[in-house]
Design a protein around this ligand. Structure first.
Ligand SMILES: [Zn+2]
Ligand SMILES: [Zn+2]
Length: 162
């Protein structure tokens, strides 16, 4: 598969529909919690979901301002903090970048498969891994705060190319 195929209209269409449903889900979640998904926060979430790879805070800011906005960095940082707090996005520490959470609304320990070729990130939730981390942390007397694992490698589409 070439990189052109990966950006086929079908794929973009699926993604567009996906982003719409993610935004609706986020609206509902915030409403239930009495939080406000302001147009700015909503737009930040949308920009993150529209991108196929994790996006850094500065890239989010640039995209917002490319649309004619004049947002200052703190505005975007605050929006990102809000989205993180409500579990709508995750921060990929190794890339200092953000991805949308596919299962927002419930606290979860996540693992991320990060493709070093195309940059896509797939989120998975393995109960076994979560429990193994807890168990070894307990043995070490370590208090876990961010039980997130980032595993780098190559996604199916990229290693299928060979
Ligand atoms: Zn998640
Ligand atoms: Zn890949």
């Amino acid at each position: 598969m070439t990189s052109k195929d990966k950006n086929s209209p079908g794929r973009d269409h699926d993604r567009g529909a996906r982003v719409e449903s993610v935004l609706e889900q986020a609206e509902t979640l915030c409403r239930e919690r009495g939080a406000r998904l302001t147009p700015l926060r909503r737009r930040v979430l949308e920009i993150i979901w529209e991108n196929h790879a994790p996006l850094g805070a500065y890239d989010v800011l640039q995209r917002m301002n490319a649309e004619g906005g004049r947002n200052a960095p703190p505005t975007v940082y605050r929006a990102l903090d809000f989205l993180l707090k409500h579990g709508l996005i995750h921060r990929i520490e190794s890339q200092k970048a953000f991805v949308g959470c596919a299962t927002p609304g419930n606290a979860h320990k996540a693992q991320f498969f990060i493709c070093r070729d195309c940059g896509t990130v797939a989120e998975t939730h393995s109960v076994e891994i979560g429990e193994a981390i807890e168990a070894s942390a307990t043995r070490a007397g370590f208090l876990v705060e961010t039980p997130v694992m980032e595993i780098s490698g190559r996604c199916k589409e990229c290693h299928d190319d060979e």
